[in-house]
Design a binder for this molecule. Sequence first.
Ligand code: SF4
Length: 372
Amino acid sequence: MTTFAEQFKQISISDMSLTMKSCTASDVEWALQNPTANLNSLMTLLSPAAMAYLEPMAQQAAAITRQRFGANIGLYLPLYLSNLCANECDYCGFSMRNKLKRKTLSSLELEQEIAIIKQRGFNSVLLVSGEHETKVGMKYFESMLPQVKAAFSQVAMEVQPLNISEYQRLRQLGLDAVMIYQETYHPQTYAKHHTRGNKQDFAYRLTTPDRVAQAGVDKIGLGVLLGLDDWRVDALLMGHHLAYLENTYWRTRYSISLPRLRPCTGGIIPKVTLTDAGLVQLICAFRLFNPQLEISLSTRESPSLRDNLLPLGITHLSAGSSTQPGGYQNPSSELDQFDISDERSVEQVVTQLKHRGFNPLWKDWEMGWISD
Ligand code: SF4
């Protein structure tokens, strides 16, 4: 079976970058008329030339989002299982070289985290861990997934890449979605930031969404860490990846995340700064390209920016997040993966959503609603 890796080899990133830089105002005007499912239009809408068209892009994106998703915003919370990691990624607080207290949740600690998250009203959870095959591998996932699934209608995971049979096994235990971020599609930049451990294998990570889809998992989340390299090109390559996946595995649902590099223990300075206006351009370009796409926004962004970005294409939000294992039971910041910018409570975020006319959605998924 072919994978995205074969298609990726045919792409010249330098040619793509040059073509994007040469886009003109009339190209943008054409793309605004023909944005959907067209990779050339996505390139144009992500280009520097489209910055002058943010207002019409935003209006169009807001109308499409309202038509497809109504005023609904799905709410989820990350649940950190472990900060053990056998990789070195120089932008992450969990990196193996960082001297911080390591922790993996026991079954009892997991139950305590679940109880707090449930009490806050959440029905959708994203399980997160560092990448540590031996101590936080399949055996651990198999032991805790039934416990989590008993409490939540939707369970997503953001952990190390697995093989097809492992994803199949987790799906049987209740896994609904897998988030797998390529971080950057520039191979040299990827090599520079991933200096130790299994994550050094660019191609294995690139083909992970193929394996997730082949295992029949319902939803796949893609993402790039904005700031590692030219964000316009990374976003466009993610668009190519998304288009390939949708064409190949049409039964699967897709989401994207657009995280900007945030400060963390031992972290690096972003090579490229993505401004707030650039983030608006990104969200609008993807909404116009793909009206069905779920777009989530994490607490990395500030409260006011998150509130203002909502109508443009955002469909899912986290709120009141902790980015460390056991962080809901014992809040502190000593074990954090990265710094949070929106520190509002869930109640404050929900109040703000309602004030702005949005409907906070606690549950939009139940595995029993689909048949095998
Ligand atoms: S980004 Fe993931 S793999 Fe890399 S150090 Fe952090 S937790 Fe580990």
